[in-house]
Design a protein around this ligand. Structure first.
Ligand code: NAP
Length: 253
């Protein structure tokens, strides 16, 4: 258990996968957690996991790419749980294709959720953080930021989030706010399952193939990312800012 005092944390895309594991972990760390996702009802499982463990959580439905929805969601979190001072920008989608087949809609959708979404959420939440003179922002990047076949949209968004993170660190540091990016490698979630489907291989074979390429000999679990975010959002991580932490079972070039 961390020594961090209770704060209000927002985790986007927290109905499942990495976001759900992170919300549950931050609640176990002692924070009140707002579980945000597109569909409020889909957040119920994450919220129950937290409240059954005697944690505090609410479900909030929001499309992070829509300014009015973001403003309303953050205002609701502030009034029901208190000023949010931890933000994890995790919501994400993939629309993979080779560039010659990628549509403008697939480009725009991915850029919109990852980059516009992180911008809107951070803009709304930083007002609370700067007023409180404390904040911890974590943005989900990816090893794909370094380039990945079939993902020009996603790799551009994930590389963009690294620049976004470093600039936030520079602008907000004086207000006691840190900003870091976590860049996962292969994590077993619905997102990687969808990639296996697209490549027409079973998820089991996809995992076995990936594991063979990863120095620690396994793929990641959502809890691997949640544990890293737990540290970066803790009080004691106050001198770590503007960093990109690759959590991929081995070094990155
Ligand atoms: P996931 O299982 O697909 O979960 C993503 C969640 O985000 C879903 O619940 C989804 O809701 C939600 N979401 C999508 N668009 C949204 C929007 N506009 N507003 C609010 N919520 C939205 O994905 P994951 O694997 O846990 O990935 C989480 C993050 O880690 C993403 O940013 C991803 O790019 C990143 N990442 C993942 C991996 C990996 O190997 N899994 C590796 C590197 C980075 P719906 O279900 O309704 O669509």
């Amino acid at each position: 258990m961390s020594t961090t005092p209770q704060r209000t944390a927002i985790v986007t895309g927290a109905a499942r996968g990495i976001g759900a594991a992170t919300a549950i972990r931050l609640a176990a760390d002692g924070h009140a957690v707002a579980v945000l996702d597109l569909d409020e009802a889909a957040c119920a499982q994450t919220v129950s996991a937290i409240t059954e463990a005697r944690g505090r959580a609410i479900a909030v439905g929001v499309d992070v790419s829509q300014p009015e929805q973001v403003e309303a969601a953050v205002a609701r979190v502030a009034s029901e749980l208190g000023a949010p001072t931890i933000l994890v920008n995790n919501a994400g989608i993939i629309r993979d294709n080779l560039i010659f087949k990628m549509t403008v809609e697939d480009w725009d959708a991915v850029i919109s959720v990852h980059l516009r979404g992180a911008f809107l959420m951070t803009k709304a939440v930083q007002a609370h953080m700067t007023a409180e003179k404390y904040g911890r922002i974590v943005n989900l990047s990816s090893t794909s930021a370094q380039g990945n076949r079939g993902q020009v949209n996603y790799s551009a968004a994930k590389a963009g989030l690294q620049g976004f993170t470093k600039t936030l660190a520079i602008e907000l540091g004086r207000f006691g706010v840190t900003a870091n990016a976590v860049a996962p490698g292969f994590i077993a979630t619905d997102m990687t399952r969808a990639t296996a489907d697209r490549m027409k291989v079973s998820f089991e074979d996809f995992i076995a193939g990936a594991s063979a390429q990863i120095p620690v000999g396994r793929v990641g679990e959502p809890q691997d990312i949640a544990a890293t975010i737990s540290f970066l959002t803790s009080e004691e991580a106050g001198f770590v800012s503007g960093q990109v932490i690759y959590v991929a079972g081995g070094p990155q070039d």
